[in-house]
Design a protein around this ligand. Sequence first.
Ligand code: DGL
Length: 264
Amino acid sequence: MKKTHAVTISLSSDIKKIGFFDSGIGGLSILNAVIKTHPAECIYVADTAYLPYGNKSKEVLIERGRVVTKLLQSYGIDTIVIACHTSSANCLETLKAEFPEVTYIDMLLPTIHAAAAATANNKVGVIATVGTINTHAHQKLFEKHAPETAVFEQACPKLVPLVESMTATPDERATALQEYLTPLQHQEVDTLILGCTHYAFLENDIRALAPELTLISAGGCIAPGITPTEQGPLTFLTSGEGDYSESIKQFLGTTSCTLKFEQF
Ligand code: DGL
């Protein structure tokens, strides 16, 4: 008997302010889903000075998690969505221990439960950054929560730069993706976890190349909330040089929220 999808990314509608962080625009795929269902004011940190997170050491990722947590706390935030699988895999436990007053919401467990519920042949592929795959966080969580599942992990170092550059052609995206999908297709996985929030922006490309796969992304695991009648302002904080506002607007899609951009 298959387990049902028991774990969602759940945010109470009583929360007035929610913080998000990622290395760049990937976490907007999570923010997009949250602002449609939750009335809170949202502050999004794109830690672009440290992009990509996928090739950083655990120590660097933890330190960035601390810096960003303190920054969000200075905005009065105590609920933080780690809108990044690499940080979820490398930092969650340390951050929870160091900031017990903060509620952290991570990307891993919900996607694992969704994949375990979706697979018919108990073969699940995971595509993610090198930094996530090196932790084998997905493998370990499947062993604990769905041990009947065979997990095939694939690091995809070319994908985050492709999404961030916004200039890649469909052919360039397909070539990079096919390299990573082929070994998983040979293993006959029927379900694929998009284990990096940036990959949500490649979902249509992946579907075209591998229509046989059920795709699981963290954005799809956001628990349904209420449709907000009024939305607080959305503030974007970036650590890197350069104007990120255009790419943020483009990837955010349509929103009636007031947008504010600042560098920290
Ligand atoms: N979007 C992030 C993740 O989910 C980070 C990707 C990166 O910067 O390498 O893993």
